[in-house]
Write a protein that binds this ligand. Sequence first.
Ligand code: ACO
Length: 324
Amino acid sequence: MKSVFIGCGAYLPQRSLSNAELAKTVDTSDEWIVARTGISNRHIAADGELTSDLAYNAAVEALAAAGMAATELDLIVLATATPDETFPATATTVQARLGVAGIPAFDVQAVCSGFIYALAVADNFIKAGQARNVLVIGAETFSRILDWEDRTTCVLFGDGAGAVVLRAEATNGDAGTAQRGIMSTHLHADGRHHDMLYVDGGPSSTGTAGFLRMRGKEVFRHAVGNLASVVGEALEANNLDADAIDWLVPHQANQRIIDHTVKKLKLPSEKVVLTVARHGNTSAASVPLALNEAVSDGRIKQGDVILMEAMGGGFTWGAVLARW
Ligand code: ACO
């Protein structure tokens, strides 16, 4: 069995927040943020707008693009580090709104790598024959865990959601579909680096939600190394050269981190999907948001080879190579 992408969707909160607006409340400037990160703008969820709301909207769009009724789903996997509540899983809230009680639904927590981890989980359910139609969502409201007085972190992140629908298809199935789908998934973690990127709260430690804390320079150094290594691993596992990649859909943390990966792969910049300037870092939502944009505007076409990668708190990192 192969996990074939049959639709995608996304949702961004209406309110956008520019660098210039941010510079009115925190000691920063558009020039500094653009030069260090490539970010100009980000979207911020409205009061009362929850991660599950963003996720639901992206899911509805993905199901419509797939031409699939929610009742055909047999699994929902949602990646988030900013769930509505400590429990239940935000995936179950989305499930209830979609009206598909009974099927398994759970969250995956791998911060910015969450969508890559969730895709790997879904792919393994499909390969094991335990699911046929899977909704995979990445959704975040990082604005709720930012210390808006800390200029070293609050300028970097935004809110949003993206979703895909995967369908199990036999590798020797109908013409045109046999070669499509996820080729391989590659996941890693190294928990020794907790202190470089974490949230200083939680139900078992402080009893409060806490704020994101980061040692930016060290995170940058690890991100560059880990991403270079995992994209190489994905290509090697499939006996492919970087020339075979039609589209790199990277985690949109920072333009300079993406540039390092692009340089390592020697990819022409036209093959890279970029949303970081407009969305900022939306954590688990960043890869599906970028994916959806390039599919919707016709850049990514059926049969194209796409390489998705991400790195996040934990540290966690990973890559998925697929044929769209
Ligand atoms: N505006 C203006 N000045 C700032 C700002 C800001 N928003 N933030 C920091 N500065 C100042 C610092 O205080 C420092 O001033 P000083 O020299 O007087 O002490 C100066 O700018 C340089 O700060 P550095 O931290 O050395 O800046 P650096 O070049 O490392 O850039 C950045 C910081 C952008 C955070 C970078 O380290 C980075 O991108 N790291 C990766 C972080 C990341 O992407 N994390 C996301 C989660 S993990 C992931 O998704 C991969």
